[in-house]
Structure formats: C-alpha cells, structure tokens
Write a protein of this length. Structure first.
Lengths: 185, 185
C-alpha cells in the first residue's frame, strides 16, 4: 500500500483538494461503533466549510449525527477498488478498517479516526443540521487538515454513474488570467 | 464554436454529469437583468436536487433569489477561457452573453436563459432557502434537463485553486462490481 509523508494543510486550502469533486471516504465514530462510507455528493461552502449529503440509510449517518464529527479522507486511484467495496458494504455488519486493511489514525481535533492510506484528511465538526431531516444534508466545518507532501496534485477518481469512474487528467495553469488577490487557494 | 445536437436527459441522470465536480456556468434572469456566473461549489443532494453556494457578492445571487430559478450549464474544455473571463467580470457592468459570444436559448420550464454552447443544461427551481442568509447556500430542484448526444462523456474542467484547472481524464469501467439495482445513473 502506498505510503505518504504528510504536512498540516492551512484550512483555507481545503477547496484546492475538494472543489474538483473527487470521491472521498468519510470516516466516523460514535462510542464503540466506527465506519467508513464512500461519498461523491459534497460541495465547498466557502473556503473552510463543506456540505455533504449523507443518506439516512447509511450506517454512517447516525454516527455523524450523534458524534457531530467526521473525517473526510481523499483517496488516490490506487484505492479505487477499496472505495467501491466500502461503498457496497455496510458498517452495521463489518469493521471496514479491518475488512479492507486500512489504518485508523488518531486525529488532532476530532475523535473519529483518519484513514492513513489516503492522500489528505480533513477533520470536521457538524455546524448546521437544519437540512438533515428533509435532505440528509450536513454542513461541516474543517477544524484540522493534513495532506501528502507529494505528489503536488493527487490522482483522484470521480464518479460518472453506472459503475464508471473518471480519473483526474492533465492540469492547465491559467493563473496569468487571475489577479494576485484572486489566487487564494 | 463547437455545436452540439442535444436530447432530453432523464432528471435522475443529472448526477452522472454533475457528481464528478466540474466547473459549471450558472445563468439567471430577473426582469431585464440577466447574468452568468462560474461555479465550482455545488453538490448533488440525491438524484434530482443540487445544492449551490452562491456568494451574495455575486450579481447572480440576487437574480436567483428573486426569480427562484436558474440554469446550470456544463461547459467542455473549449470554453475554459470563457469560463475564467465570466468568473472575473460582473453582470452588473456587462451582458455576459453578448460580451462572450454566447447564445441565450429559451428553456422549457424556467425563464432563465440556457447557454447553447454548453454540453448540458439543467433548468432549476429554488426549493429551499433556509441556508441562504447564513451560508449563501441554495437548494435547487432540476425540472428539465438536456445533454449533447455525443461525446458520451464530456471533457470537463475542474478547479484546483491558484489558477490551475484539471481536465477530466481516462474513464475506468468498474460496473462489474455493482449489482444492477446499484447502477442507477
């Protein structure tokens, strides 16, 4: 399994990793129960808040609702099959860390475990639940973040539906079209 | 400018185009004012609803708030420079359709204009505004959608921050790991 050296990431750089829309793995814990879910339905809400749709049919839904915490972990392509398997099983039946050979790492700010094998980890607290009952939508605040030192740009995967995934492609630098104060993240 | 032949898209296929996290162009109109904004902060909320963070500093914010409608348009790579220019100007000063040579097309369900030069168009109505005051976050319901007949997968671009864009890369088919009822979109 690929190993990363990681550094703390300034919280307002969260958007640089999550705005492109990658599939992420959400880890959570409540008392003795912990789980991981695969998620593609998330949005930046400003530079340090994230909105996530987490179905109440997911075992993770209640863990996050009760603990008011979770970790968003960013996997690279080498974890594609693992992410699919995580998405197609339930934490009600198995411990997904053990089942899929993932390492639970202690966070700095939250109790929920980080996934060591992921490129980046965003520790989050739930800050708004007004849309949870009707839409299963949680608003999270990133309270600590770390990311791999290299590669500079992770090789993420994105879900196109119907079992097809898109892998992140070439990068195009258009910073010349932005003023310095626009280049915020 | 690239031209597409389009077909109606079943509403629950919206996720197949927006879940990967592409930059989109949001068009809106209120009375005689219309505008377009560039957006990367959006999430699927189920199969037919979309959550969008639209800053109140954006000219489009009020057009959408007042009309309770907008259109999410999906551009391909050939519109990257146009999307940057749209993001770096304000509809308070210019008509962006005229300024950037884009064609405003009449929608089937909403008054806001569609952008003909985009790969897909999602006509949306605002269905929840509880998070608008605090978070600038609108919940939209897709009420009509159309997409290009080809290519099968659009060449989208995604924002990595700091003026750098990621273009969608290779597709990996892992449908063999999903049961038929999981292959929903």
């Amino acid at each position: 399994m690929k190993k990363y050296s990681k550094k703390k990431l300034p919280l307002d750089k969260t958007r640089s990793l999550l705005e492109p829309g990658p599939i992420v793995l959400v880890s959570s814990q409540w008392k003795d129960d912990r789980s991981i879910m695969t998620m593609g339905w998330h949005a930046m809400m400003g530079y340090e808040a994230i909105g996530c749709y987490i179905w109440d049919a997911n075992f993770s839904h209640n863990l996050i609702k009760k603990s008011k915490q979770c970790v968003i972990n960013l996997p690279e392509k080498h974890l594609l099959e693992t992410a699919i398997a995580i998405g197609n099983t339930t934490g009600a039946d198995i411990d997904k860390f053990a089942e899929f050979g993932l390492t639970a790492e202690k966070g700095r700010k939250v109790q929920a475990p980080l996934i060591k094998e992921c490129y980046a980890n965003f520790e989050c607290e739930v800050i708004d639940t007004r849309l949870v009952n009707q839409f299963n939508f949680f608003v999270l605040q990133v309270v600590a973040a770390q990311s791999a030192i290299s590669p500079k740009y992770p090789e993420t995967f994105h879900y196109r539906g119907s079992g097809v995934f898109m892998v992140s492609g070439e990068n195009i630098d258009r910073s010349k079209f932005f003023t310095p104060e626009m280049l915020d993240g």
